[in-house]
Design a protein around this ligand. Structure first.
Ligand code: ATP
Length: 290
């Protein structure tokens, strides 16, 4: 079966910025979150997939077609939501809807209408008269209406109010029930990532990590609240110590083994939040063991 997206040995430099992706394959029916600090290269990564930025080397294939090739038929299978809606200011949502419906054979009018209703999007106002949040929602409605197999979303919830964000997340999850959609999403919102993603890829020091299963990543970390401060400065698996007695481990079995063998009593044991794990990976350069 042809995969929605495969990437091999891709490198890109812009001035002193470098981005490297060794090998990634995205499977149908999955949502993958791309996570990185500001300026890490998430948008550049997405733009390369859409052939809006050309990679210096390596291959990117969308549904088996090279994005740099002459055959551009793959473009009708992908909807890409950039961070801003460019060139649409003089048009109303209704005019843009008409245009997209003509351009995309897979356009789903009912899906579009349902999304607009759910997120309370006015279609009769010109884009330049909409608030940034409503503009983002209209952009999303247009991309969702395309009903493509692959959906690439660059920080879609950044300007959204809380009810709209919840409705949007719910809508995406319902959309995934068909099993034939693939979504890539860049987000800084731990809650979005927690609710949506099956897989995560991080951009660490200019390099995109392998694909990590979200739940496996979460369960590979553990917080141990000890009754006493350990007698050594670092115990096996320990990656961080707070309040002298709280140990964050990325090898919980090893840590637990040491604590048991050395009679160090545990007051409590917890799975850390996804937000804490993301912080460790991005800010402390924590190596991923999964
Ligand atoms: N047109 C450009 N000219 C020069 N440098 C650029 C250009 N586009 C991107 N860059 C550089 O590429 C790097 C990655 O930028 P990119 O926008 O991909 O990051 P990002 O992870 O999406 O950031 P954010 O989270 O802030 O949206 C940055 O260091 C940026 O300065």
């Amino acid at each position: 079966m042809t995969l929605p997206l495969t990437i091999r040995n891709v490198e890109k430099s812009i001035d002193d910025f470098k981005l490297k992706i060794n090998e990634l394959s995205f499977e149908e029916g999955t949502i993958t979150a791309v996570i990185g600090t500001n300026g890490a290269g998430k948008s550049t990564f997405f733009k390369m997939m859409m052939n809006l930025v050309k990679q210096d080397s390596g291959d990117i294939d969308v549904f088996g077609k090279s994005v740099n090739g002459e055959d551009e038929s793959w473009k009708q299978l992908v909807a890409y939501q950039a961070q801003t809606l460019i060139g649409c200011d003089p048009f109303t949502g209704e005019q843009l809807r008409k245009l997209m419906a003509e351009l995309y054979p897979s356009w789903d009018e009912q899906l579009f209408r349902r999304f607009c209703e759910k997120l309370r999007i006015p279609l009769n106002k010109k884009v330049h008269k909409l608030s940034p949040g409503v503009r983002t929602k209209l952009n999303l409605a247009l991309n969702i209406g395309k009903n493509t197999s692959l959906l690439i979303l660059d920080e879609p919830t950044a300007a959204m109010d809380i009810p709209s964000r919840n409705d949007f997340l719910q809508f995406l999850l319902e959309l995934m029930e068909s099993g034939d959609k693939t979504i890539l999403i860049a987000s800084h919102q731990a809650d979005d990532i927690k609710k949506l993603a099956d897989y995560l890829v991080f951009i660490q020091n200019g390099e995109v990590t392998k694909m990590l299963e979200k739940d496996s990543l979460i369960f590979s970390y553990r917080l141990f609240w000890l009754k006493e401060e350990p007698p050594v400065s670092r115990i096996p698996g320990e990656i961080k110590r707070t309040y002298k007695k709280v140990i964050l481990s990325n090898q919980p079995d090893k840590t637990l083994d040491y604590l048991t063998t050395h009679n160090l009593a545990i007051a409590d044991e917890q799975i850390p939040t996804l937000e804490d794990i993301i912080h460790e990976v991005l800010m402390e350069g924590e190596m991923i063991n999964v």
